[in-house]
Design a protein around this ligand. Structure first.
Ligand code: ADP
Ligand code: MG
Length: 444
């Protein structure tokens, strides 16, 4: 038998109750009509003269992690509007320049790419996501995207994709019993895999674009971690896109803040790309990111709790998710999350950060690289965003050319990037403080 808590809710464990006066009738598992929280299913119970509305399951709605999509994509309306605009342009037969999200780790670039993929798919486009890994070529990235997304194509477009005319680098798009995949092209006329990557990619995209156009849709390539492409591969991708005429093919990419400079160096056509900085959320959006997912489950946040959390997170989406998630756990199903819950969970959140976000990266460094990172971090407290690589060298008491190879290795490992010529910045917010704290405890 359930007990009553404070006259309105139930006791621990099932507290997210919304009392509802009712004249009768029993209703189970009714679908919530609220648009934002449409996935939530309620059931109602009648007790002590009241009807109560209970969420069927009370799951932690926060999503700290890399590429874990938030329940609510807060504060990114202008970025999603850009994607919609791009899709409209292309569908109207105009060419649209690639859109590239640029920002630090944990700002929400990957989440935006996923949202873009959904938007294109709703329009019936062929749209797929690919995360670049070391030594992967653009042709392979495109193959993955097409093979994965072709599965969702229908009608004439599907037939066109299945007819064997889509070839690249000695491979051919084939529809088999297990779905679409690229198989070795046995046709004697097929180009050998060793052939130049650029014309092969252009020819492939042209055929694909023509088939998409004939069926009134487009193709969206959502490519993440673009900075991991080798320079020549980045050049091939940019050059191939610039060689297209009015094919309905769009690239939406993402990468670390050094990417625009790398792309411009790789090919001047990149000047036409739209680079969209993805920064911290402003205060109202950060609040919404915290409050809204819980509200969907009937759980409230105290004003003081939200204010404190939002101030601590500095608008950084990953911190917002992590802190809110830990406070949710500390609240143990309470109907209201309070400042106390946020405070008692702060240590747990900090531990998660140290172990998951920072240590995982710092531990990948060699002794020399750590020495470099330590010297860099020492110049950045309390609140310096970027430093000159000359200053880091001086701090190490070495010449720039001697430490340059170490610096480049640290950049390759994705911990540091160069946002402007000769300048360095950590790719993860809060990393400088972590490094300084860690090296000072190591000294003890
Ligand atoms: N607009 C947003 N509102 C709320 N949470 C977000 C938002 N964007 C990202 N997040 C959360 O922030 C974290 C990092 O997101 P992710 O897309 O992986 O960032 P990035 O790709 O820039 O490293 C994830 O936990 C994600 O759920
Ligand atoms: Mg990402």
């Amino acid at each position: 038998m359930t007990t009553i808590d404070g006259g309105l809710g139930f006791a621990r464990g099932s507290r997210s109750l919304v009392p509802r006066a009712s004249t009768g009738g029993v209703e189970y598992a009714s679908q919530n009509k609220n648009r934002k929280h449409k996935d939530l299913v309620y059931y109602k119970v009648f007790e002590h003269g009241w009807w109560y509305r209970l969420p069927m399951n009370l799951l932690n709605p926060y999503t700290p992690g890399a590429g874990t999509r938030p329940a609510l994509l807060a504060g990114r309306d202008s970025q999603t509007a850009l994607v919609r605009n791009l899709a409209d342009q292309v569908q109207a037969g105009r060419t649209a320049n690639p859109l590239i999200y640029v920002g630090l780790r944990g700002m929400g670039k990957t989440s935006l790419l996923y949202a873009a993929r959904d938007l294109f798919r709703e329009r019936g486009w062929l749209a797929g996501y690919f995360e670049v890994r070391r030594n992967v070529e653009p042709g392979i990235a495109v193959q993955h995207i097409i093979a994965d997304s072709a599965q969702l194509s229908t009608g004439m477009f599907r037939a066109a994709l299945a007819n064997g005319g889509h070839r690249i680098g000695g491979m051919k798009l084939t529809l088999g019993p297990a779905g679409f995949s690229f198989e070795v092209d046995t046709d004697r006329r097929a180009v050998s895999p060793a052939a130049d990557a650029f014309p092969a990619l252009v020819a492939f995209l042209r055929t694909l674009g023509a088939d998409a156009r004939a069926n009134g849709v487009g193709v969206a390539l959502l490519i993440d971690e673009l900075q991991l492409f080798r320079k020549r591969d980045l050049a091939v991708l940019i050059q191939a896109l610039s060689a297209l005429d009015d094919e309905p093919i769009v690239l939406i990419g993402a990468g670390l803040p050094g990417l625009p400079a790398d792309m411009a160096k790789a090919n001047t056509y990149a000047e036409r790309f739209r680079f969209e900085g993805i920064g911290p959320l402003n205060d109202p959006d950060a609040r919404e990111a915290v409050v809204s997912p819980a509200f969907g489950q009937g759980i409230m946040w105290d004003e003081g709790a939200v204010s404190h959390l939002v101030a601590e997170a500095h608008g950084y989406p990953y911190f917002l998710q992590l802190y809110a998630s830990e406070a949710w756990v500390a609240a143990e199903g309470a109907r209201t999350i309070t400042l106390k819950h946020v405070q008692v969970s702060a240590d747990a959140a900090q531990r998660q950060l140290s172990v998951g976000l920072y240590a995982a990266r710092y531990d990948r460094l060699s002794d020399k690289e750590r020495e470099y990172v330590d010297a860099m971090a020492a110049l950045m407290l309390p609140d310096v965003a970027r430093v000159g690589s000359g200053a880091v060298a001086r701090n190490l008491g070495k010449s720039l050319s001697v430490v340059a190879p170490v610096r480049d290795r640290v950049i390759k490992k994705g911990i540091v990037h160069s946002p402007a010529f000769g300048m360095l910045e950590f790719s993860v917010p809060g990393f400088a403080s972590y490094v300084v704290a860690r090296s000072s405890t190591a000294d003890l």
